[in-house]
Ligand binder design. Structure first.
Ligand code: UGA
Length: 440
């Protein structure tokens, strides 16, 4: 099938590439000419393991095309998928400007009936409103030319290809059998379970799934904080909880809170949407509140040892919102780095892939290290914000190159026992403190 994909961010680019891989002819559209030029050279504008090789393969096979000329792409396509960003407005609601702009471009371009598939995460009811908007844009002469379907995506950054090629489910929300049949035909080669429902339910599946996972993380963080207060160990607790298949062990890792471009935005968007509908989602409100506070756990613990950060050398390991990505959006590291700088600390950061993006945020206010060893040397304290494998596997003896081996680990990279054996002063989330606080 001939498919156009609007937007070459994580959703659009990965979707387009995977659809081309399974045999469809795909035209990826983006308004940014530099991105399209890069993609035409076979370079991925986003950091995603394995993606560039798949782009090159599909492009060389003649099935994956990149263009800024939306009119040509939309006119040729039997199906148009939209994967543009729906960022957060200041009040927490979803910003749908890019989505509506693409719809206007589609209405201005198509010359025959077309199925428009919304993959972007959108508030419940958006697909219905888009359908009405298309009718208005297309007028009486082209009435009912556009059928709108919802088809949310569930890919995670860092594992986006696997999540798409081996998805646990494909959710299709349609209001007509014809639209459901076309989407089924597109996805059949993936050989994955297809769940069919109406558009509003499909939109809700996306929010409810992300918000449930965010809630699970905030719940485990809440319990981890309590473990610290009452002397239980969160690792032991989650191993006991996770063994119950009704609970499951995934998304049960405590830390300094969830970040990224999805969970923070989608929890706030659903909460906002519920308030608009006259209903308060108390569980999601709690998940948001716990997450806001959780981000500052390391600083709270460190203040007990270091009352004044001014002039102190602080080593920071990890800045991205999780390993496997260079994305810093809503990363817990950002407000912490800001606070350390505001308090006059001399901050040295190392991240395996996130430093160029970090430099775009902080410029020369931070020192960017070339290795773990280079930032630790002579430091008064070390903060760990991301659980990169390189940190989890490092030789703990390296911490003894610091002025004091004080480590505040926001992602529980090491076992308490290993930290003890290595002679560290070690604070982690939901577990016993090693070495004790100096000014507690
Ligand atoms: C998330 C969802 O997992 C995807 O299913 C969804 O498609 C995507 O959002 C989206 O809406 O586009 P992503 O934001 O890439 O994917 O990242 P996750 O792996 O879900 O991690 C989110 C945050 O939760 C990270 O900061 C991570 O460190 C944190 N986390 C995750 C924990 O603190 N504990 C855990 O046990 C798991």
């Amino acid at each position: 099938m001939k498919i156009a994909v609007a937007g070459t961010g994580y959703v659009g680019l990965v979707t387009g590439t995977c659809l081309a891989k399974i045999g469809h002819t795909v035209f990826c559209v983006d308004k940014e000419a530099s991105k399209i030029a890069q993609l035409r050279r076979g370079e991925s504008p986003i950091y995603e393991p394995g993606l560039e090789a798949e782009i090159v393969e599909a492009k060389d096979a003649g099935r994956l095309h990149f263009t800024t000329d939306y009119a040509v792409a939309y006119r040729q396509a039997e199906v148009i998928m939209i994967g543009v960003a729906t960022p957060e407005n200041t009040d927490g609601s979803a910003n749908l400007q890019a989505l509506y702009q693409v719809c206007e471009q589609i209405a201005a371009s198509i010359t025959s009936p077309t199925l428009v598939v919304v993959k972007s995460t959108v508030p419940i009811g958006t697909n219905d409103r888009l359908a009405a908007y298309f009718d208005q844009l297309l007028g009486d002469s082209r009435k009912n030319w556009v059928e709108v379907a919802s088809n949310p995506e569930f890919l995670s950054q860092g594992t986006a290809l696997r999540d798409t090629l081996q998805a646990e489910r494909i959710v299709i929300g349609t209001e007509s059998q014809e639209a459901a049949d076309i989407l089924t035909e597109i996805y059949t080669p993936f050989d994955q379970p297809i769940l069919k429902m109406n558009r509003r339910s499909a939109e809700m599946v996306k929010y409810a799934s992300n918000d449930f996972l965010a809630l699970k993380i905030s719940f485990v963080n809440d319990i981890a904080n309590l473990c610290e207060a009452v002397g239980a160990d969160i690792d032991e607790v989650t191993s006991g909880m996770g063994a119950d298949s009704r609970i499951g062990s995934r998304f049960l890792a405590p830390g300094i809170g969830y970040g990224g471009s999805c969970f923070p935005k989608d929890t706030k968007a659903l909460h906002w949407l519920a308030e608009e509908a006259g209903y308060t989602l108390k569980t999601i409100r709690a998940a948001i509140d716990v997450n806001e506070k959780q981000r500052f756990k390391l600083m709270q613990a460190a203040r007990k040892d270091i009352p004044l950060f001014a002039g102190k050398k602080i080593a920071v390991l990890g800045a991205t919102f999780k390993p496997g990505t260079d994305d810093l959006r809503e990363a817990p590291s950002i407000p912490n780095l800001q606070m350390l700088l505001n308090e006059g600390a001399d901050v040295h950061v190392y991240d395996p892939v996130g430093l160029p993006n970090l430099e775009n945020v902080f410029g020369s206010r931070l020192h960017y290290g070339e290795s773990v060893a280079s930032v630790l040397q002579g430091a008064d304290a070390c903060f760990i914000f991301t659980e990169w494998a390189a940190f989890k596997e490092m030789d703990l003896a390296l911490f003894h190159t610091m002025r004091e081996p004080r480590v505040y680990d926001g992602r529980n990279c090491f076992s308490v026992k290993a930290a003890e054996q290595a002679g560290l002063q070690y604070y982690s989330i939901g577990r016993a403190r090693v070495g004790g606080a100096v000014f507690a």
